[in-house]
Design a protein around this ligand. Sequence first.
Ligand code: SF4
Length: 136
Amino acid sequence: MKMERAVLSFSPDAIRKPVTYLLVSNYKLRLNILRAKVMPGEEGRLLLELSGEEDRIREGLAYLSSLNVRISEVKSFYKVDYSKCTESKKCFQVCPADAIELRPGSEQPVDIIEDNCILCEKCKEVCPSGVFTFTF
Ligand code: SF4
C-alpha cells in the first residue's frame, strides 16, 4: 500500500468529468480530498491524498493525464522567501498540519514540510513579513 499526494488541475471543460469517481471505481484507490477550488468557468484544483497499490496509483494518474488533467507536486504551489523571515513563529503556531519547520538563527529559519502541507494558507495570513506566497 502506498500513499501519494498530488494536485490535480482541470480545465473548465474537464470539471464535468467524474475524475475522483473514476480513480475509485477503475483503479481501486482511496482518496482524501485535502483542499478543493472549483469555480464555474475557471480552472479547478484538487489537492488529493491517494492510497492504494503503487501500480494502480501510477496508472490512475496516467489516465487522468490522458483526460488533460494536469498533475503537479504540492511544492509547486508555494514559495518561501527566507530572507524576509523575522522569526516571529506565528506560522508555526497556526499551522494545523505540523507542516512548518523552524530552524532558529539559520539562513533558512522557516520552511514548509511538503508532505504535510495542505495548502490552507494560514501561515501566510498570520506572517507579519510576507514570507509565504501561494498560487493554489
Ligand atoms: S499552508 Fe501553511 S499553515 Fe497551511 S498546512 Fe501548509 S504550512 Fe501549514
